[in-house]
Design a protein around this ligand. Structure first.
Ligand SMILES: *Cc1c(COP(=O)(O)O)cnc(C)c1O
Length: 227
């Protein structure tokens, strides 16, 4: 755990450099520290170094780890960055401050129903499958505008932005560019893109949020938890 503060500082410094290189204000970019598969003590170490925004990709894992931390650190902001099943919507609305992975009308509807029922309003991003990968979550880029409209007009959801995970292989830049374009033409301010391997490129293409895990917390043990 002792490396976390230093690695966090290094990531923040690289983010600031990338922002300046792109002529952007470093303060306009939020670091989401992705703590999936890492224990609560790792999150605590990051909190101790001033990090308040965290991302988890599984509702169950976050539910086991974060309620206690959120009680202790009321300013902690938790993002859901992984796929959401309809039967987990209730838990997700109760726990997360931002849900980044809405990708279909039916899920938007469940979310709207639960928000109305619970009276809790997590901020919402739509996930776009920019690489049109069949195994990956996210709305097809050609259907993204329509999903934004359905969320807004039919379900009265306040969509704030978009998220993408480019294909693991190849240049991520065209994917970042595409996501930023879709966000801009829909008047969406938040663009969540860029991970440990490519967050500087994402910042160059307008990311407002980068989601960085392994560069902060170290490698993940996938034998223990799957992504
Ligand atoms: C795991 C994950 C990340 C962080 O990935 P790293 O390469 O460890 O930085 C970012 N976004 C999503 C959606 C993830 O599942």
């Amino acid at each position: 755990m002792s490396h976390i503060a230093a690695d966090l500082a290094a990531v923040r410094a690289r983010m600031d450099d990338a922002a300046r290189a792109a002529g952007r204000d470093p303060a306009a970019i939020t670091l989401v520290a992705v703590s999936k598969t890492h224990p609560a003590e790792a999150v605590r170490a990051a909190l101790g170094a001033g990090q308040l925004v965290f991302g988890e990709n599984r509702v169950q894992e976050a539910k086991a780890k974060f309620p206690e931390l959120k009680a202790e650190f009321p300013e902690l902001e938790l993002h859901l960055i992984g796929p959401l099943q309809s039967n987990k919507v209730r838990d997700a609305v109760a726990l997360f401050d931002v849900i980044e992975s809405i990708d279909r009308p039916k899920l938007a509807r469940s979310l709207a129903d639960e928000i109305a029922r619970a009276g809790r309003h997590p901020r919402i991003l739509l996930q776009v499958n920019t690489g049109r990968e069949p195994q990956k979550a996210g709305i097809d880029p050609d259907q993204a505008d329509a999903l934004v409209t359905v969320c807004r007009e039919q379900y009265h959801l306040r969509v704030e932005g978009l998220m993408c995970i480019p294909p693991a292989e190849g240049d991520p830049a065209p994917h970042f560019k595409l996501l930023a374009e879709i966000a801009a033409r829909n008047g969406l301010a938040v663009v969540s893109m860029g991970m440990s391997g490519d967050f500087e490129t994402a910042i160059g293409h307008g990311a407002t949020h980068v989601r960085v895990g392994s560069a902060i917390f170290g490698t993940r043990d996938y034998a223990a938890t799957t992504s």
